[in-house]
Design a binder for this molecule. Structure first.
Ligand code: DHB
Ligand code: FE
Length: 296
């Protein structure tokens, strides 16, 4: 049986990808940010998954105002790094896992979540920057990511966006789907995006350390409370792009936990163990947050 053993949460700032690709990681501005991921790169080597289920958002790259799926699962065998206007990032092609992805689509749709199935999709910084942060730079031709990745794109760009509660419940459905897959696979689920940031308008540059750290606390210890945050609070407190944080609730919903509160469906088991926590301001216009949780 496949099993979700761990979850990773991280921001995906595109400037982090540029700093990596242009060899700037040791510059004074970037050094403290990348130091926060030293533990994580070693952890990835020590806890190598068979598959990563990677929740991220597309930034009007593969999708546009012409077509806006709320939840889209990548079922292809391969996903090319996208050209976001300055050429594709020099990173390896992402290998998918069509069989597990198709199984998850079947199971999750039968659990009443309507997913869009995507058989061809280029993946932007939302997916490739977390991979680079966690796995280090890989040569685009001779290197490879450590395992297949199932991209799962969430619309947090164009309103209406899904609520945190729906994302949390969806994570529980994804867990059930993974656990009903016959092959023994060690699966990690990643929630990416966030933390507080606003890229446009009079509040551009907004960062809210108090909100971000309270969100991290809730995500670790009281995910029900995190799932209850209404979408307007993300926008008010964490800025218009802070809404990306709802994606972290998909990954958290897929983890074990003592049943609490309103959601009858929360998977049982012990609360996950916190393996790593990191918070850093700023990276570009963004507060960077990062957690690793392990099922015990
Ligand atoms: C920035 C952050 C993002 O999450 C993004 O998608 C684009 C830009 C930024 O801080 O510059
Ligand atoms: Fe983003």
């Amino acid at each position: 049986m496949a099993k979700i053993t761990a979850s990773v949460f991280t921001s995906h700032v595109p400037a982090i990808g540029a700093a990596l690709d242009l060899g700037k990681t040791q510059e004074d501005y970037w050094k403290p940010l990348f130091a926060g991921y030293d533990f994580s790169k070693q952890w990835m080597k020590d806890n190598k998954p068979d598959v990563i289920f990677l929740v991220y958002n597309d930034h009007a790259t593969a999708f546009s105002l012409e077509m806006i799926p709320t939840f889209a699962i990548g079922t292809a065998a391969q996903f090319q790094p996208a050209d976001e206007g300055w050429g594709p990032r020099p990173v390896p092609v992402v290998q998918g896992h069509p069989d597990l992805a198709a199984h998850i689509a079947q199971s999750v749709i039968q659990q009443d979540f309507d997913l869009t199935i995507v058989n061809k999709m280029d993946v932007d910084h939302g997916l490739t920057v977390p991979l680079s942060l966690m796995c280090g730079q890989q040569d685009p031709k001779t290197g490879a990511w450590p395992c297949p990745v199932i991209p799962f794109a969430v619309n947090v760009v164009q309103y209406p966006v899904p609520s945190g509660r729906r994302c949390y419940n969806l994570g529980q459905a994804i867990r059930k789907a993974v656990e009903s897959y016959d092959e023994d696979l060690n699966v990690h689920i990643w929630g990416t995006g966030g933390m507080s940031h606003q890229l446009q308008g009079p509040r551009a540059g907004l960062i809210n350390k108090e909100f971000d750290n309270a969100f991290l606390d809730k995500l670790i210890h009281d995910p029900e409370a995190a799932a209850s945050i209404p979408h307007i609070d993300y926008v008010r407190e964490a800025g218009s792009e802070g809404i990306e944080l709802v994606m972290w609730l998909i990954a958290r919903g897929a983890m074990s936990d003592v049943a609490r509160g309103a959601t009858a469906d929360v998977a049982g088991g012990k609360s996950p163990k916190l393996a790593h926590r990191f918070y850093h301001v700023p990276a570009s216009n963004t507060a960077v947050g990062h957690l690793i949780l392990e099922n015990t």
